[in-house]
Design a protein around this ligand. Structure first.
Ligand code: NDP
Ligand code: DXP
Ligand code: MN
Length: 387
């Protein structure tokens, strides 16, 4: 069979993070398929410089405070322009040669460059779930207006996306997102009263950035993913279910109207969903370790404990409320997680911050992009005042 894959030019936002570095591993193993035009980072300027030396992008973007060091370190590499700050981030994604923008920034910061990339007609490999949580309706409308693709990177959403290939005529009855349950699965609220960040940062199956790892421990990650799934797959709120699957082998499932369930399985390794999104629609041959049922003879499933892990019902209720509610949920959660990582709030206290903000921050039924920015800022202000 002939190989008709044409080389894709990539902008990798958040290239120094967990997803970003794994995306570069994928590119390293598929050099003839991908070219890197843009790399960006927040603070890890030395790693960004090392990546720039290896991949020779046309531009790198670093956080404002690290511009001078980065510029000096790349002075002998004139083919790579060194830029800094949020405005540069939204500029570089629009460059004409870029085909796909991987959004592997963490948090609300992912929204503005994603909007700019869509408006410039770029396909999005979406890791930054917060973009759809905050502004799912707005992003969905922009995606339709500009005719671009959103290719999910999040493992559960990649699983669903893969299950839907060839099913374009067939309505979805529901999707079932699998959740590992995090490091505290089976614990009571009393057990969780004195959890430390070191305990919460130990995910049972995945090695990820700090923010998403804490979200997995509280089940907020699954709440964010429920909202992400609603927007990615055009679902009603009642069509998104969650089941706890501690082994993280079944990455998620789709049920069709005849009752048939399709699932995607594999080892917990983000390189596969990253590669699938970047290579879509092709499945590129690779040497990643293969899953064996014999090594995982027991796959188990159970209901989430919604009484102990309050973030998940909070996310469902924000989704049901619509409008600006999930923007508030997200901002309050970002503040609470950052505070937890600095020992300023307890593990259980994080849910209190989110619940309180949902009650206090003014609600908007049909927010614009500017409204989201204002709501995000107000929710951060309120959340910070609660610490
Ligand atoms: N890690 C995973 O396996 C998965 C992650 N995701 C999602 O992907 C996204 C990235 O997660 P992950 O890779 O774990 O996160 P990391 O914290 O590991 O990496 C985040 C990246 O974004 C950069 N960054 C952070 N804040 C800013 C900012 N304000 N402006 C510019 N750049 C910034 C960081 O730069 P620097 O480090 O240089 O400061 C880093 O490159 C998140 O939305 C997460 O929910 C989804 C599924 C799985
Ligand atoms: C790898 C990935 O997609 C993460 O979002 C992962 O799913 C986190 O695991 P849990 O939130 O299920 O613990
Ligand atoms: Mn996930």
């Amino acid at each position: 069979m002939t190989d008709s894959f044409s080389i894709k030019t990539l902008a990798l936002l958040g290239s120094t993070g967990s997803i970003g570095t794994q995306a570069l591993e994928v590119v390293r193993e598929q050099r003839s398929r991908f070219r890197v035009a843009v790399l960006t980072a927040g603070r890890q300027w030395e790693l960004l410089v090392a990546q720039a030396r290896e991949f020779r992008p046309a531009a790198v973007v670093i956080g404002d405070d690290y511009y001078q060091q980065t510029k000096a370190a790349l002075a002998d590499q004139p083919e790579t322009e060194v830029l800094a700050g949020d405005a540069a981030l939204t500029e570089v994604v629009q460059r004409p040669d870029i085909d796909v923008v991987l959004t592997a920034l963490v948090g609300y910061a992912g929204l503005p460059p994603t909007v700019a990339a869509i408006r410039a007609g770029k396909d999005i490999a979406l890791a930054n779930k917060e973009t759809l949580v905050v502004a799912g309706e707005l992003i969905t409308n922009l995606v339709q207006q500009y005719g671009v693709k959103v290719l999910p990177v999040d493992s559960e959403h990649s699983a669903i996306f893969q299950c839907l290939v060839g099913e374009e005529q067939n309505p979805i009855e529901k999707v079932i997102l699998t959740a590992s349950g995090g490091p505290f699965r089976g614990r009571s609220a009393q057990d969780l009263a004195h959890i430390t960040k070191a305990q919460a940062l130990k995910h049972p199956n995945w090695t990820m950035g700090a923010k998403i790892t804490i979200d997995s421990a509280t089940l907020m990650n699954k709440g964010l993913e429920v909202i992400e799934a609603k927007w990615l797959f055009n679902l009603a709120n009642e069509q998104v279910d969650v089941v706890v699957h501690p082994q993280s082998i079944v990455h998620s499932l789709v049920q069709f109207e005849d009752g048939s369930l399709k699932a995607q399985l594999g080892l917990p390794d983000m390189k596969l969903p990253i590669q699938y999104a970047l290579g879509y629609p092709q499945r590129l041959r690779n040497d990643f370790p293969r899953f064996s049922f014999l090594q995982y003879p027991t796959l188990t499933f159970e209901a989430p404990d919604l009484g102990t892990f309050r973030h998940l019902p909070l996310a469902y209720s924000a989704m049901q409320r619509g409008g600006s509610a999930a923007c508030v949920l997200n901002a309050a959660n970002e503040v609470a997680v950052a505070a937890f990582l600095q020992d300023q709030v307890s593990f259980l206290g994080m849910a209190d911050v989110v619940a309180e903000c949902l009650g206090r921050v003014p609600y908007l039924a049909a927010p614009t992009l500017a409204d989201y920015a204002a709501t995000d800022a107000e929710a951060r202000r309120v959340a910070t005042s609660l610490l």
